[in-house]
Design a protein around this ligand. Structure first.
Ligand code: E4P
Length: 263
C-alpha cells in the first residue's frame, strides 16, 4: 500500500518531470540531452586570441570577432618588449579579459605578482599554473574579486581542483596532449560534462593550445565556453575553396551587368 509520503513524493516528482531543469540535469546523462542542450542554457562561445603581438591584436580586434586575449611568458618573450607595458597596451585595445601570467612558482610571490598584474587594468585575468601553490593563489585572488585563469591543465582531476579554487577559467592544453599521442579534445568533453553536472560552478572551460580549425569546431560541439586561438588559426577559420570559387563566379557575372551599387 502506498504511504502518504510516497504520494507526496510522487506528486513532487510529477511536477519536477515537467520542468526544464529535470530534463537537463536529471535525465541528461541517460538521454544525451545534457551535452546537446544544457550548454545552451548558460554558455556562449567566446573567442580569445593567443598572442602578445599588439599589432595582430589590433587587426583582429577591428573585426569585432575578439572577446579577449591570452598571453604566456613564451609569447611575451617573443615580442622582446617589457611585460608590464605590453599587457597594459593590450588592455587598452580589447575590453574583454586579458590573461597575464605570474612568473613566480611559490605562493607568496605569486600572490604579490597577481595583485600587481590585477592592478594594471580592470580586464586583467591573472594566469596561474596548475600547481598546489597556483591553486592557493587562485583561491585568494578569486575571493578578492580578481579574475583568474588556471593554466597548464592536462587532466579532468586538475580541472575539478581549479573549479574548487574558484577559477574564472580553466585552460586545458589540447594541442600539447595531441602532441604526446593523447586526444586533447576528449579532455574538453570530460571537463564540460563534469562542470555541467554542477550547474552552480562558474568556472569557464577555455580551450587552449589550439592548433587547427577542427579543434574549435569540436569545442563548439562540446559546449566549451572559450577558445583561445593563435592568429593564424583564426584566419584559417574563414577559408573555404567553395567560398572563393563561388565569389569569383558572382563577381564575374556582376561585372557583366555593368552596374555599380554605389552609383
Ligand atoms: C594558453 O593560454 C596558452 O598561451 C597557449 O594556448 C599555449 O599554446 P601552445 O601549446 O601552442 O604553446
Amino acid at each position: 500500500m502506498l504511504r502518504i509520503q510516497h504520494l507526496i513524493h510522487m506528486e513532487a516528482g510529477a511536477k519536477q518531470f515537467l520542468t526544464e531543469e529535470f530534463w537537463i540535469f536529471r535525465l541528461a546523462p541517460i538521454t544525451g540531452f545534457h551535452v546537446k542542450h544544457a550548454n545552451r542554457q548558460r554558455r556562449r562561445m567566446k573567442f580569445f586570441v593567443d598572442t602578445a603581438d599588439t599589432e595582430e591584436i589590433r587587426e583582429l580586434s577591428d573585426t569585432g570577432l575578439l572577446d579577449g586575449v591570452t598571453t604566456n611568458p613564451s609569447l611575451i618573450a617573443k615580442t622582446g618588449r617589457n611585460f608590464l607595458e605590453v599587457v597594459a597596451e593590450i588592455c587598452t585595445i580589447v575590453d574583454g579579459p586579458v590573461s597575464a601570467e605570474v612568473a613566480a612558482t611559490d605562493f607568496d610571490t605569486m600572490l604579490e605578482e597577481g595583485k600587481k598584474l590585477a592592478g594594471i587594468a580592470e580586464n586583467i585575468a591573472v594566469k596561474v599554473p596548475l600547481t598546489m601553490a597556483g591553486l592557493k593563489t587562485c583561491s585568494h585572488l578569486s575571493r578578492a574579486g580578481t579574475q583568474v585563469n588556471v593554466t597548464l591543465c592536462f587532466s579532468a582531476a586538475q580541472a575539478i581542483l581549479a573549479a574548487k579554487a574558484g577559477a574564472t577559467y580553466i585552460s586545458p592544453f589540447v594541442g600539447r596532449l595531441d602532441d604526446i599521442g593523447q586526444n586533447g579534445m576528449d579532455l574538453i568533453g570530460d571537463i564540460v560534462q563534469i562542470y555541467n553536472n554542477y550547474p552552480t560552478l562558474k568556472t569557464e572551460v577555455l580551450v587552449a593550445s589550439i592548433r587547427n580549425p577542427t579543434h574549435i569546431v569540436t569545442a563548439g560541439l562540446m559546449g566549451a565556453d572559450v577558445c583561445t586561438i593563435p592568429p593564424q588559426v583564426l584566419k584559417q577559420l574563414v577559408a573555404h575553396p567553395l567560398t572563393d570559387k563561388g565569389l569569383a563566379a558572382f563577381m564575374a557575372d556582376w561585372e557583366k551587368t555593368g552596374q555599380n551599387i554605389l552609383g
